[in-house]
Design a protein around this ligand. Structure first.
Ligand code: HEM
Length: 524
């Protein structure tokens, strides 16, 4: 085999073909790439030696039901994982954007995979047909134990979601406002301290890493709400649990893109984390203390009468770890992008500040409360627009067909196809949005326009697998953003604004350098 490959490389690289040697470098690269592709093809199919397999594969590539969908030529032949498009790491969603620009609303990105940016098709995939999640999500499971997020089994999901949902109801989230205000007050304290220190040194403003501070803030909130623990990330910058989970996250984002490799990698929950959580849960049970938080609700399910409504301690641990992964960077990065957009669009910043400054404070009241900000039209519009242009999961949600389906009555998709509801491409598509790439919160102020584009905006996904933490994160963002806008003036730092243009998605959309510094001045 290697002789054959060497011969092939030699041939293409030109050493035995004089007329090809005029641009050795390019030819050499082509040779290596071809060799690699042939090798990959041969290795991945070596185990499938039956000739019929190759016949079916070739048939499916060029004549099968997916052959009519456009896409890169090689995508017809290979059933590669999404990792193929992720070079450099974190840019898969940008590659898919380019492919949608080139090929349209439906793109065949692998032999058995379509990426879709048509809002009506997405409505059908996520809501009407409510297709199950793709098998790649199983790569995230720890020791084969599924959570609400990574299960692909509809029955398991329905049951787990039913048990956990009350902890995310609007009423229950309302009772968690004090936790969110505590974390916001800590954030305010740290920024104020930086400004006071800068003033004492004769500087008008402090340079603060708003991005990192918001990430720490969101971790603190999940710490308080789901782990029953003060992570103190905002004040100290580290906690062993968040370090363990952040490291897991990096690993997770890799295996999510390479699900075929993942099945060979053993995954288990970190023993420190398990013991820590068991200890927190046991202490809560022993003390009989009642708290208004997610953990308390989950602990309450340990002893419910019906087995169907019961969680085990390990289930609780796996679910709360998931909340930290799914609920912290998603929320903090959305707020980071929101502030970045306001610094790029000072008129938006001013309009929001005016709306917030108009709220009357009670005597002695120092912080804005949820009931004062939850229905502010412009604040909500700014958040919705930030979620449109910077969805936490820009590369989209993967679903799979379990039967043949026909999308919007026209497009036949066979059983066992993976379909991606590609959020970034849909949420910035000129078919649906005027001046699609501009940050224009005003577009959300007209209810008719907002309604028309309902399914072209799905940053929290939709259907039965939509984000359970949507209301939680919206409440957190409204409280945090309104209070920061009221208390501080943030001003851009040019180099930081420039660096922040380099975006990457590792699970969640972020900035490549994971930092975004601004100048901060006290307003009140
Ligand atoms: C701006 C903030 C957030 C955004 C944009 C967001 C976005 C999403 C999206 C797009 C999904 C579907 C993912 C998929 O199908 O692959 C999802 C699911 C999920 N999110 Fe969020 N999320 C946010 C905040 C939160 C928070 C605060 C929590 C918890 C505290 C949370 C917990 C979850 C869970 C548990 C799921 C899985 C739900 C299921 O499959 O039933 N999220 N989120």
């Amino acid at each position: 085999m290697s002789t054959l490959l060497n011969r092939l490389q030699e041939l293409v690289a030109g050493s035995t073909v004089p007329y090809l040697s005029f641009n050795r470098d390019i030819v050499d690269k082509v040779g290596r790439t071809t060799g690699l592709l042939v090798a990959t093809y041969v290795v991945t199919t070596a185990s499938r030696t039956l000739p019929i397999y190759h016949f079916i594969r070739a048939y499916s590539a060029f004549f099968g039901p997916l052959s009519k969908y456009p896409g890169p030529f090689l995508a017809k032949l290979f059933d590669w994982g999404d990792g193929y498009y992720d070079s450099p790491a974190g840019t898969r969603y940008l590659k898919l954007m380019e492919l949608h620009k080139k090929y349209g609303h439906i793109v065949r990105i692998a032999q058995n995979k379509l990426s879709i940016s048509d809002k009506d098709m997405i409505q059908q995939i996520l809501v009407t047909d409510d297709l199950p999640k793709g098998h790649n999500y199983e790569a995230y499971q720890i020791d084969g134990h599924p959570t609400m997020f990574d299960t692909t089994d509809k029955t398991f999901h329905k049951s787990r979601r039913r048990i956990v949902s009350p902890a995310f109801s609007l009423r229950y989230i309302g009772t968690m406002e004090p936790l969110m205000r505590t974390a916001t007050a800590n954030l305010d304290g740290v920024i104020t301290k930086s400004i006071n220190e800068a003033n004492a040194e004769g500087r008008e403003y402090a340079k603060v890493d708003l991005w990192m501070m918001l990430q720490h803030f969101a971790m603190d909130i999940i710490g308080l709400a789901a782990f029953g623990t003060e992570f103190n990330m905002v004040t100290t910058g580290h906690h062993p649990l968040t370090t363990i989970i952040s490291n897991r996250l990096k690993f997770t984002s890799f295996i999510g893109l390479h699900p075929k490799i993942s099945r060979w990698i053993p995954k288990s929950q970190d023993p420190y984390l398990v013991n820590f959580m068991k200890d927190v849960i046991q202490r809560r049970i022993d003390s009989g203390e009642k708290r208004q938080d997610i953990l308390d609700y989950l602990i309450g399910t340990l002893n419910t009468k019906s087995e169907d409504d019961r969680l085990k301690i390990d289930d609780i641990i796996n679910e709360v770890v998931l909340f930290l992964i799914a609920g912290s960077e998603t929320t903090s990065n959305t707020m980071g992008f929101l502030f970045m957009e306001m610094l790029n669009n000072p008129h938006v910043y001013e309009k929001l500040r005016n709306e917030i400054d108009a709220i009357e404070m009670e005597e002695g009241q120092t912080m804005l409360q949820n009931n004062q900000v939850k229905a502010l039209p412009y604040l909500n519009a700014v958040i919705e627009e930030a979620l449109r242009l910077h969805p936490a999961n820009p590369g989209g949600a993967l679903r799979r067909t379990v039967n043949d389906i026909t999308l919007v009555g026209k497009h036949h998709i066979p059983k066992n196809t993976t379909v991606i509801a590609m959020s970034m491409a849909t949420q910035t598509h000129p078919d649906y949005w005027e001046e699609a790439d501009r940050f224009m919160p005003e577009r959300w102020l007209d209810p008719a326009e907002a309604k028309e584009n309902a399914m072209a905006w799905f940053p929290f996904s939709a259907g039965s697998r939509n984000c359970i933490g949507k209301a939680f994160s919206l409440q957190e963002m409204r409280i945090c953003v309104s209070n920061l806008v009221k208390r501080f003036e943030f001003l851009p730092i040019e180099s930081s604004m420039e660096d922040a243009k380099d975006r990457r998605q590792f699970i969640t959309l972020g900035i490549a350098k994971n930092t975004f510094k601004v100048r901060a001045v006290l307003r009140t």
